[in-house]
Design a protein around this ligand. Structure first.
Ligand code: DX5
Ligand code: ZN
Length: 218
């Protein structure tokens, strides 16, 4: 069974507390929180004050996806806001190894995110240090985009790399963007461990049932 991480970017911010309570009741495993700075991606979402409030509503894992430049400037602040896991973009980090060590030293799980154009092979010399690799299956910055099919091949290649290094169960593979109840099974078969879903969950008539359907996909 995959780990399901609904993205609150697609939630109703006017009813944020109720949305969080709904996730608490559901089979969702993690809260996926998308932070955008208007520089690394052409959009701005929310930051620490909102995450602090979300943290108060749940004991589930807060999985923070940073789509920001210079993430090292803010890692500590996100820890303080309540992040359990912090993922930074490969494309935003000049000293990725240092960023990963910083996140771990703050006692968070460290993830690295790859844009659609970035090959999984670029992680070959750091994969052993990662708790998670997030493969973007859309270009980051917006919810509700269409899944890029080439992602399947990237997942298979990354799964092979992780397996060959003996890192199965240690380094998780997460997929983000355009995930639906229809493609969830294929993603899991290709080797995904964690599925992020925004629109699919929050725009559905019955989010709790949709989360259950994602959870049971195979
Ligand atoms: C996009 C974000 C995603 C987004 C996914 O930049 O990283 O987490 O919320 O939205 P959907 O599931 O609607 O594609
Ligand atoms: Zn995300």
């Amino acid at each position: 069974m995959a780990i399901i991480a609904p993205s609150l970017l697609a939630s109703n911010f006017l009813r944020l507390e109720e949305e969080c309570k709904m996730l608490n009741k559901s089979e969702a495993d993690w809260f996926h929180l998308d932070v955008m700075d208007g520089r690394f991606v052409p959009n701005i979402s929310f930051g620490m004050p909102v995450i602090e409030q979300i943290r108060k509503t749940t004991t589930k894992t807060c999985d923070v996806h940073l789509m920001i430049e210079e993430p090292e400037r803010y890692a500590e602040a996100f820890k303080k806001a309540g992040a359990d896991r912090l993922s930074v973009h490969y494309e935003a980090c000049r000293h990725l190894h240092r960023n990963v060590q910083q996140i771990k030293s703050l006692d968070m799980k460290a993830g690295v995110v790859l844009n659609p154009h970035t090959p999984v092979e670029f992680l070959s010399d750091i994969i052993q240090d990662l708790d998670l690799v997030l493969i973007m299956s859309v270009n980051p910055g917006f919810g509700g985009q269409v899944f890029i099919p080439h992602t399947y091949q990237k997942i298979r290649n990354l799964r092979r790399m992780i397996h060959e290094r003996g890192l199965d169960g240690h380094t998780l593979i997460q997929i983000d963007g355009g995930v639906t109840v229809e493609n969830a099974g294929t993603l899991i078969k290709a080797g995904a461990d964690v599925l992020v879903a925004g629109t699919t969950v929050f725009k559905s008539a019955d989010p709790i049932a949709t989360i259950k359907a994602l959870k049971n996909a195979d």
